[in-house]
Design a protein around this ligand. Structure first.
Ligand SMILES: Cc1cc2nc3c(=O)[nH]c(=O)nc-3n(C[C@H](O)[C@H](O)[C@H](O)COP(=O)(O)OP(=O)(O)OC[C@H]3O[C@@H](n4cnc5c(N)ncnc54)[C@H](O)[C@@H]3O)c2cc1C
Length: 404
């Protein structure tokens, strides 16, 4: 039996493994895609120690470090996690100790409000002194005392007509992974956060025009990327707009239908071969502020869109992810209202022995970046170690004894 199995080989899972090795825990990483979302990042400009590194290179460096430290990575997908049958269920304390340090956090599983160092009791049946059995897609079974779930997020779908029909035929979910010849092409990126902004910048290196279509009034990317959007004449941002349909000719996409998400009356417009037929150019663009944005549109861009007939060759849906929590729902692991895993400060879930790390944890603990995934991976490994040992942990560099 393993001390720890880490499910997910993105930056959170790989870091958890490096720490687990330092703690001399017998452990395994099981992950579908080595590097997870990180390996899709074209240029990582914000990971300490590297001015600029590609996601693939950083993945290889982390994986190498995992192996050097003695960790093992199995490329496979976990399909089921079961409790190993234990004796009669008994109320138990969750993880280690749920320390309440912040008044404004929502209560974690079973926590009572107030108090400074409360312990939460578990619902009957969720305590398993015998650990867990993990089954994989390749039919392997592994037993472990503790689990760190680091399964990240899956691409969110728009759920509009045409999306499924044209997936792979002009509808794509990762601009940086699909290597097409974009020269002279017109593309649209749906979304307003970092991944959308980065995708637009990347596409605009070759495409003749890139639209960023965003529901809100201001892009939410990091300033370093927004500056590049601002500077690039091939990128145009269409604010306050949601896609209602992806249209095509039966073979491939030809355009998008948009509607305003603004406060005024909703009107529809088509972006694509026949472009915006709207009598209200304000529906697209500067609604809600105007000049202070741009990432707001260039002054004349609303009218130029209205009057042009453009073809749209590709659309990239970059609207974030849905947390990959399906595996642990049957075990009774609690989620927050957004569907993210509820954890305490030590990243323990409400189920004894299950910890979570990376983009899938809640409470604003993650900023859905590699650096936060790495930090959470380290924290989760330290918590799992204490859970296994139930004693004081040495520091990773040896010597002093501190409680983690
Ligand atoms: C295009 C793009 C560009 C980005 N650019 C940057 C950037 O410049 N800087 C930055 O800091 N962040 C960037 N990010 C975000 C960053 O990649 C993520 O925040 C980070 O990878 C999250 O790490 P994670 O370990 O939580 O999850 P992920 O990286 O999502 O990894 C999840 C892992 O879990 C595995 N998994 C899922 N389900 C199972 C299962 N059932 N069984 C086994 N394994 C499973 C996956 O295969 C994967 O290995 C970018 C993301 C994208 C998509």
């Amino acid at each position: 039996m393993y001390d720890l199995i880490i499910v997910g080989s993105g930056p959170a899972g790989l870091t958890a493994s490096i720490y687990a090795s330092c703690y001399h825990m017998k452990h395994l990483v099981i992950g579908g895609v080595l590097g997870g979302q990180m390996q899709l990042a074209p240029d990582i400009l914000n990971f300490p120690g590297f001015n600029n590194i590609s996601g693939k290179e950083l993945t290889m460096k982390m994986a190498e470090q995992v192996k050097t430290r003695g960790g093992e990575i199995v490329v496979d997908s976990v399909v089921k996690i079961n409790h190993i049958a234990a004796g009669p269920a008994a109320p138990a304390e969750v993880g280690l100790t749920f320390l309440r340090t912040s008044q404004n956090r929502p209560p974690a599983g079973g926590l009572k409000a107030g108090g400074s160092a409360q312990k939460a009791s578990l619902p009957a049946g969720s305590w398993s002194i015998n650990g867990f059995e993990i089954e994989t897609m390749e039919g392997k079974k592994y037993q472990t005392k503790a689990i760190i779930l680091a399964t990240g997020t899956e691409r969110r779908k728009l759920n509009v007509p045409g999306e499924i029909e044209y997936t792979g035929r002009g509808v794509h979910y990762c601009a940086t992974c699909e290597k097409f010849d974009y020269a002279g092409k017109v593309c649209a990126v749906i979304g307003g956060a970092n991944s959308a902004v980065q995708a637009a910048v990347e596409l605009a290196q070759a495409a003749s025009k890139v639209y960023i279509i965003y529901r809100g009034t201001q892009l939410r990317g990091d300033p370093i990327w927004l500056e590049q959007v601002d500077k690039n004449p091939n990128i145009e941002v269409i604010y306050n707009s949601a896609v209602t349909e992806i249209v095509g000719d039966g073979e491939k996409i030809t355009g998008l239908k948009l509607k305003s998400t603004g406060v005024g009356p909703t009107e529809s417009a088509e972006v694509g071969l026949t472009f915006l037929r709207t009598s209200r150019p304000d529906l697209i663009g500067t609604q809600g502020g105007g000049s202070a944005q741009k990432a707001s549109l260039p002054a004349d861009s609303s009218s130029s869109i209205t009057n042009k007939n453009l073809s749209l060759d590709k659309v990239f849906i970059e609207i974030g992810g849905v947390p990959g929590t399906a595996l642990v729902i049957p075990l009774g692991v609690k989620m927050d209202q957004g569907g993210y895993i509820e954890v305490n400060e030590r990243l323990a879930t409400n189920v004894h022995g299950i910890f979570a790390a990376g983009d899938l944890v809640s409470y604003g603990l993650s900023i859905e970046q590699i650096s936060s995934a790495v930090g959470l991976g380290a924290r989760a490994a330290a918590s799992a170690f204490t859970f296994i040992k139930q004693e004081k942990a040495p520091t990773v560099w040896g010597g002093s004894q501190i409680r983690r």
